[in-house]
Design a protein around this ligand. Sequence first.
Ligand code: SF4
Ligand code: SF4
Length: 428
Amino acid sequence: MKVQISEDLVLNCMRCGFCLPACPTYREKQVESASPRGRIALMRAVMEDKLDILDIADPLDACLGCRACEPACPAGVTYGAILEQGRAQLAEVRPLPGVVRWAYRWLLGTPGGIKFSAWALWLYQKLHLSSLVRRLNLVEKIGGKGLADMEKVIPPVASPAQRAARKPAYPAVGARRYRVAFFLGCLSDIVFFETNQNAIDVLTRLGCDVELPAGQGCCGAVHSHAGEHAMAVEQAKRNIAAFEAGGYDFIVSTAGGCGAALREYDKLLADDPDWADRARAFSARCRDFSELVEQLGPVPMGEMPGTYTYQDSCHLRNVQKVAAPPRNLLKALPGARFVELPEADRCCGAAGTYMITQALMSDRILDDKSEKVRETGASTLVVANTPCHLEMLEGIQRAGLADQVQVRHIADVVAEAVRKAAPAGEEA
Ligand code: SF4
Ligand code: SF4
């Protein structure tokens, strides 16, 4: 299906410029074409046939898609939707390389592909191929500096045996309060399997039956952001079909970016008569892990000494509108001190695949972020999204802070605190 830039959405922009200070790329470059207002004007010029979509490829590619411009906009311009329309139009005349499309469609886009990717990464680590690969600089030669930087910080991944031991359902500890379906994600579950398991453990201890519906796949965010609209729709339909039969109270995700995509299936499928109602019902049930845990609280937690700070996930904050719950959980940690990270609402530079495709700009934004983390004096930087997790591991390492600052997901921190309050077998 051909996607056009929507006149209605673009004309909402009254060119006031209130969004400019919120935009990380405008702050770095200080040119109009790197701002939300400038990009909208360029997409309007394409819509009016004054420019070709290829003329504006660079400004579109350089956008993080962080959507920090949306809450700053007094006119309620839905920049994210306009950007995705522009990128979809661009992808029609400048398709992704075949191997990337294949990886998006099969490796990340199907349950079997995700399983295979997890196994291949485990084998790569098990065989210690990284030292050879790094010596020959192979990842940089094939995928560029951004991918090579990411490869260096990927932690040891779960073994096939650990994955095989995962159950399809985990019963609530004590009386059941809710039935929850857990969304695993692709990269999240490949790289941070344990984080998903920790989140499931916390939810069961708080009275949730947690099920892992078979047939679920990638959320489709990576496809949407790359302009691959049809593939994003495919992912959405697969997930809706996988989750709707269970009649769950909530659908929970630990990754801010994935959760945002799930929550926007209603918009993605709004014009599809066969799927619009199903998508609305699905999106209405989606919750971020921290949001549901706070709702289920108070959470019994043991001593967690240290100084904690928190970096927002852009899509958790700007799309899902979840900013307070992770902070509230960290402030409630017994024996801990919480320090607000200056400009925590600004993107860390990860932005999905941006850290790979736009490595130089990503690094500039990341280095600034790492310095701000240093200033807090925190011993733990808490994150709530998978790309942010990898990006901040890289940033902390490059800033020479790896011995002082741990980077941890909010689910890992809360799970540790909850287990300290009640070790396994001693739950309420
Ligand atoms: S996107 Fe919103 S804030 Fe930015 S220039 Fe347009 S109307 Fe103003
Ligand atoms: S999505 Fe982020 S980088 Fe892109 S225009 Fe909006 S604020 Fe700027």
